[in-house]
Design a protein around this ligand. Structure first.
Ligand SMILES: [Ca+2]
Length: 476
């Protein structure tokens, strides 16, 4: 990739944005208690730089680039986990992984047993229905809601979107990816379309219908696209363009690029419909992703690592929050925010005060969206007491072994539980996480490690310690 840092505003429209941003700022209103419609579009496996507005020279995302120019881009936004299900469980419940036990996808014992030194913490694959989800909370304020797309935290009628407070569930089941992006989908929660219909387009159409049908009500649309998770399948008429285009570092796969383009087209159609219905200024639109890119398909340079790792490439995500007239157009924010922050943010804009006794681990980002630079939070944390096997072609045995991490200010510490190995990075000076500093900065290491230990204790996080009797130490 040519650019090492994302460009957040296209230079050609910078002047226009500056002027329109100023004009809007004169009449900008507050964000609290406004009860806007809320649309949360969640991409799957879309990496930090997998979009034009985040710096890719290969992938083309005009609709997302425009949305970014019409809102605030968070450049240090994190998923709560490096893979799909736990990120979603945290997002929907507002809680860190140790509270609900959804640490990873499927089994925490991935890879070969003889390679695993520890017996990992058992994983939960279904989000406890006793937890109140964002949809259930918003329902109290009269929101009508839909989950259209991937669920991955259970299945209706027991534990799917309908069981967790959504009025409508389309395509949400326990599976983490579609059998095929082309109809027939063989998914019990979405009737097959005409043969060859493309799933991303279909989910967009379902979302458009839901918005159209509820435009005179206050709605919450959760649109977790299956795209751009595997299988890598794109519409044929979109692939050629990328096959004939110069690639850019790890951004090189034409089919993947075409999948991103379809996702982007869907975002564009949704924004156009909001404009058409004249409800754009009554709608908070959030675009986010659940984890880093699949390392064999794309990459997040300059970030280190990819999906399944606690390095930045596995957890740092593109995040746009747009609400014309309320959030300054073309703005950006580098303060670390994390998936669990969306729940309290949505409560605040919806004016929900007496929520419940459910602990929410995140913090409303409304002050940041309002342009305030002062926002107090010491640190954010990750807890991933599980194994993930390597991708084909990788040298290392695992993508990740059981680990935890903390980001505090410019610093980040990762602790690997197998051997107690600690890595410390200064992200401000080293976003690539290429200079490990624990030996040269013992005081900072101790400070962050103590914070991480205290947090784990405060939340009763289970750390694997039991040795796996089947483990065979590999000596090269
Ligand atoms: Ca994912």
């Amino acid at each position: 990739m040519k650019k090492l840092t994302p460009h957040f505003v296209l230079p050609g429209i910078l002047v226009i944005l500056f002027l329109s941003g100023n004009m809007v700022s004169c009449k900008r209103h507050g964000l609290k208690n406004q009860k806007p419609n809320i649309i949360l579009i969640l991409a799957d496996d879309l990496g930090w730089t997998d979009a034009g507005f985040m710096g890719s020279d290969f992938y083309e995302t005009p609709a997302l680039d425009r949305l970014a120019s019409e809102g605030m881009v968070f450049t240090s936004a994190y998923a709560n986990a490096p893979n799909c299900a736990p990120t979603r469980a945290c997002l929907l419940s507002g809680q860190y992984t140790p509270r609900h036990g959804v640490y990873t996808v499927n089994n925490s014992e991935r890879g070969r047993s003889e390679d695993r030194k520890l017996i990992p913490v058992l994983n939960t694959t279904v989000l406890d229905t006793h937890l109140m989800t964002i949809a259930e909370a918003l329902k109290r304020q009269g929101y009508v809601s839909a989950s259209i797309g991937k669920w991955h935290l259970g299945q209706d009628p027991e534990s799917g979107p309908a069981a967790q407070g959504f009025d409508l569930n389309i395509a949400g089941d326990q599976k983490g990816h579609p059998k095929s992006y082309f109809s027939p989908y063989e998914n019990d929660f979405i009737p097959d379309g005409p043969e060859g219909e493309y799933l991303t387009d279909r989910l967009t159409d379902e979302a458009l219908r839901f918005i159209q049908d509820h435009s005179d009500q206050t709605f919450f649309l959760y649109l977790p696209h299956f795209a751009v998770h595997t299988p890598i399948q794109a519409k044929v008429d979109k692939i050629d363009h990328y096959a004939n285009k110069s690639t850019s570092g790890s951004h090189k796969n034409p089919e993947y690029a075409a999948m991103i383009e379809s996702l982007d087209e869907g975002v564009g159609k949704i924004i156009s419909l909001l404009d058409e219905l004249k409800i754009r200024d009554k709608t908070l639109v959030v675009f986010f992703s659940d984890n880093g890119p699949h390392g064999a398909i794309s990459g997040a340079e300059p970030l280190r690592g990819s999906k399944g790792m606690l390095y930045e490439g596995g957890i740092r995500e593109p995040l746009i929050v747009s609400w014309p007239g309320r959030i300054k157009e073309g703005s950006n924010c580098d303060i670390p925010v994390i998936g669990i922050d969306l729940f309290p943010t949505f409560l605040e804009v919806a004016g929900i005060k007496n929520f419940s006794d459910q602990i929410l681990d995140g913090q409303s980002i409304v002050p940041l969206l309002s342009g305030k630079k002062r926002w107090k939070r010491e640190a954010v944390f990750w807890h991933f007491p599980a194994y993930l096997e390597r991708y084909a072609g990788m040298d290392q045995i695992f993508r990740i072994t059981p680990a935890g991490a903390i980001r505090k200010g410019n610093w980040k510490l990762i602790e690997f539980f197998e051997n107690g190995t600690i890595e410390l990075y200064n992200l401000k000076e080293d976003i690539e996480e290429s200079h490990e500093l624990s030996k040269t900065h013992p005081e900072k290491t101790l400070e962050l490690h103590n914070d991480l230990l205290q947090w784990r204790e405060s939340i009763n996080a289970l750390v694997p310690t039991e040795l796996n009797p089947e483990y065979i130490l590999f000596i090269p």
